[in-house]
Design a binder for this molecule. Structure first.
Ligand code: HEC
Ligand code: HEC
Ligand code: HEC
Ligand code: HEC
Ligand code: HEC
Length: 172
């Protein structure tokens, strides 16, 4: 009798553990495919773009004129944060980098292999929005990669938009 009473709860427990494992696995897989590494300062695009409406080019100053978008210098942040929100712990961390005159070691999230040539300038000039390749950054408290960046992804759009398809375009 005592055994029978435990059967239903035991099955239920095994089922729940299984479910938890699957969900944990998916979460880890998600973070690997859609890269979202830990950053040295909790910088939020949701605050700076979504709430404050800053333009991408205020910080990513070279995106329209070079192959790289670029990440802002500490001085760009400090133009506001000498005064703004200066008491918050994450902003104090920012100030420490400023006082030590050290760049912030942001971990780069989007990475193509070295044998691939990519240029921001060309795509911006062709009128492609940042969101097409980077998703809705303005709602991301922590930025993450939302596209595979695989060859098939590049080539699909090139075919659709009649952009060059020969191998030398992307492999110099
Ligand atoms: C106030 C400055 C600021 C503004 C404005 C800003 N960014 Fe950023 N962005 C950063 C900083 C700092 C990083 C590096 C830290 C991080 O990854 O969160 C970054 C990282 C990124 C990355 C990830 C780069 C990588 O490592 O691969 C993308 C993509 C990006 N920003 C897109 C945008 C877009 C699109 C906009 C406009 C809609 C925008 N950003 C506006 C400061 C800014
Ligand atoms: C144009 C002015 C401006 C610039 C440039 C700017 N910020 Fe901010 N930042 C703000 C304001 C305003 C807030 C407070 C927003 C709020 O809480 O509503 C803020 C909030 C923050 C916070 C605090 C979030 C919290 O609540 O703990 C951090 C961290 C931060 N910014 C980092 C940065 C970094 C890093 C840069 C440079 C890449 C940067 N900011 C550039 C205006 C700016
Ligand atoms: C056609 C797709 C595409 C568009 C449009 C695009 N990006 Fe990117 N972005 C990429 C790829 C691919 C990388 C990774 C390149 C590499 O490996 O360096 C990247 C990397 C970045 C990085 C990392 C640092 C760097 O300098 O490369 C930032 C920041 C960034 N993009 C911001 C932006 C912003 C801001 C816009 C809009 C003004 C934008 N991107 C538009 C595809 C795109
Ligand atoms: C959303 C659509 C889209 C995606 C995604 C995209 N591209 Fe493009 N790409 C274009 C368009 C449109 C042009 C043509 C621009 C022009 O006419 O100057 C272009 C042009 C280029 C050029 C310049 C070609 C030349 O010789 O003038 C290179 C290099 C390039 N893309 C590489 C890439 C790589 C690498 C990826 C993936 C990591 C990629 N693109 C993803 C739309 C895209
Ligand atoms: C529009 C850009 C684009 C064009 C055009 C393109 N590639 Fe690629 N290719 C990429 C990107 C991005 C990667 C890296 C990501 C990946 O491995 O999918 C890549 C990776 C590769 C790899 C390495 C695959 C691996 O597993 O490491 C080979 C080989 C390759 N491409 C061959 C070619 C050949 C051959 C052509 C011409 C028929 C071509 N590519 C045209 C963007 C392009």
């Amino acid at each position: 009798m005592a055994v029978k009473r435990w059967i239903v709860p035991s099955i239920f427990f095994v089922f729940l553990s299984g479910l938890a494992l699957v969900l944990l696995g998916q979460n880890l897989l998600w973070k690997r495919v859609y890269r979202q590494p830990e950053q040295p300062i909790a910088f939020s695009h949701e605050i700076h773009v979504g709430k404050l409406n800053l333009k991408c080019t205020t910080c990513h100053t070279t995106v329209e004129k070079s192959i790289r978008a670029g990440v802002p210098a500490v001085a760009t942040c400090m133009s506001c944060h000498k005064a703004v929100a200066a008491d918050r712990p994450q902003v104090q961390k920012l100030r420490e980098f400023w006082e030590k005159k050290e760049p912030i070691p942001w971990e780069k999230i989007h990475n193509l292999p070295p044998h691939v040539y990519f240029s921001h300038k060309r795509h911006i000039q062709a009128g492609i929005d940042c969101a097409t390749c980077h998703g809705e950054v303005r709602v991301m408290p922590e930025i993450r990669q939302v596209r595979s960046l695989k060859m098939g992804w590049c080539v699909d759009c090139h075919r659709a938009k009649a952009a060059p398809l020969d191998c030398y375009t992307c492999h110099k």
